[in-house]
Ligand binder design. Structure first.
Ligand code: ATP
Ligand code: MG
Ligand code: FE
Length: 343
């Protein structure tokens, strides 16, 4: 069974073809990063307009890459939420229209289910059950995943998501959007021990997170340094790198600490780390500690950590195969809790 996956929840147009028997057949992505960089963040109206421009050409591209005619598609899966309403509607309309024309089922997929199941696109796919640390631009959650579709929220950020904190801290340091990867690169030349930052909520027994205070602490340290020291460019550059390294280390410490606690609490041995921040090399290095402790850690390949159509095609394929589909009325859910899928 061949499923076309369509991702358009934010600033990436992702299309992919996933075959239940043969795996991923084709994947194409257009990132709008350059479009939004000028504004320092995603402009929803511009995002929607650009998705509309890319959807049809990218659909053609994946069919060509897979060497199949469009009529070979057995079902169409699209991201129905959470995300930007207008952006979601472009993918939903495309999916519904195409499915109707082909007389095939269409299915609205939860974007976070896509992120959670993304490591299943890899040859070394995790078995169920597992704990998922979902760390993206909009979410930081620990999820108990009993089986596909069985998600129980164990804890989440009470304020900013980890990726959001990365992006905002990077913006304050004058790095270009999206700041996460840029801040991580800057951190490589820094010494984290030179700037002390807090580890928010790490000493609390629950599995919730908070990153807003950490971001503010980093900003406060930067402003204080810039205001008081008559520093040379070299000293400023060194401080920026040290601050970036310390910020990254603080985020990683909290993410790994809480993941270890979630594994202990649930008694599970497998951890999946997914979402944009799972591409972070310091996070992956720190997760090796968990491997040394006897846990198994799984990730999506780097290009499938951030938004993509492949994870939506895979998540959709599993549900379509179980006979699920969405009716002809197109609706999207900009807000949509993952654990409501259980109901
Ligand atoms: P959500 O999935 O919650 O709706 P999103 O789709 O915007 O949010 P993703 O595309 O999964 O989020 O991830 C984007 C986020 O990942 C951004 O905040 C980006 O800065 C962050 N990110 C990507 N690579 C890295 C990295 N190497 N280090 C730190 N952060 C990173
Ligand atoms: Mg994005
Ligand atoms: Fe995402």
């Amino acid at each position: 069974m061949i499923t076309l996956g369509i991702e358009s929840s934010c600033d990436e147009t992702g299309l992919a073809l996933y075959c239940s028997e043969r795996g991923l057949l084709a994947n194409a992505l257009f990132s709008q990063v350059d479009l939004h960089a000028l504004y320092g963040g995603v402009v929803p109206e511009l995002a929607s307009r650009d998705h509309v421009r890319r959807l049809v050409p990218l659909t053609r591209q994946v069919c060509q890459e897979a060497g199949i005619p469009i009529t070979a598609i057995d079902g169409v899966a699209y991201t129905a939420g959470p995300g930007l309403a207008g952006a979601l509607l472009t993918g939903a309309m495309m999916a519904r229209g195409l499915a109707w024309a082909l007389q095939r089922p269409a299915l609205g997929v939860h974007h976070l289910e896509g992120h959670v199941l993304a490591p299943m696109l890899e040859p070394d796919a995790p078995e169920f059950p597992f704990v998922c640390l979902l760390v993206s631009g909009g979410h930081t959650q620990l999820i108990h995943v009993a089986a596909p579709g069985q998600y129980e929220l164990l804890g989440e950020s009470v304020d900013d998501a980890a990726g959001e904190a990365f992006d905002k801290t990077a913006k304050m340091l004058g790095l270009s959007y999206p700041g996460g990867p840029a801040l991580s690169r800057l951190a490589e030349s820094g010494d984290a021990s030179q700037v002390k930052l807090p580890r928010p909520m790490l000493d609390r027994p629950d599995l919730d997170f908070s990153f807003s205070g950490l971001k503010t602490a980093a900003i406060t340290r930067y402003k204080a340094f810039m205001a008081t020291e008559p520093a040379s460019t070299v000293a400023i550059d060194a401080f920026r790198a040290n601050l970036a390294a310390s910020f990254e280390q603080a985020v990683v410490d909290v993410l790994i600490g809480k993941s270890r606690r979630a594994l202990a609490k649930t008694g599970l041995s497998r951890l999946v780390i997914s979402g944009g921040v799972s591409a972070n090399s310091q996070l992956r290095k720190a997760a090796d500690e968990l491997t040394a402790e006897g846990y198994r850690v799984f990730y999506p390949r780097l290009e499938f950590c951030t938004d993509n159509g492949a994870m939506i095609a895979l998540a959709g394929a599993q549900r379509l195969q179980r006979g699920e589909s969405t009716d002809l009325a197109v609706s999207v859910k900009p807000r949509w809790p993952l654990d409501s899928l259980m109901a």
